[in-house]
Write a protein that binds this ligand. Structure first.
Ligand SMILES: [Zn+2]
Length: 105
């Protein structure tokens, strides 16, 4: 009887279903699974980074409804996004630590 294994960590996921080669065990988050099957490239990272920057452009406008503290949190977050591609080395790790907005208040 054929065994199937989780392609990410090698855990046994079942028996006798050799067509199901991509059965992932229950130990992985959606992000992890997505990164495994669609490994990030510097291009994809920059594209995602640019998208996140664009989505938070409004936070830096003078008439945004944010408090000064909230706006500062976004400023820090956006700087971390700009720095991200310089900090990523895909030959070392494909697990990208995307910056998060620090919660305020
Ligand atoms: Zn697994």
């Amino acid at each position: 009887m054929d065994k199937t294994f989780c392609p990410i960590c090698g855990t046994l996921t079942g028996y006798g279903n050799p067509e199901q080669i991509d059965v992932v065990c229950g130990n992985h988050t959606g992000d992890e699974i997505n990164a495994f099957f669609n490994p990030p490239t510097m291009d994809s990272i920059r594209r995602e980074r640019d998208k996140l920057l664009k989505e938070s452009d409004w936070t830096q406008l003078a008439d945004s409804p944010l408090s000064n503290e909230e706006r500062l949190a976004y400023t820090t977050y956006r700087q971390a996004l700009r720095d991200l591609p310089r900090k990523v080395d895909l030959s070392v790790s494909k697990d990208i630590k995307w910056p998060k907005i620090e919660s305020v208040g």
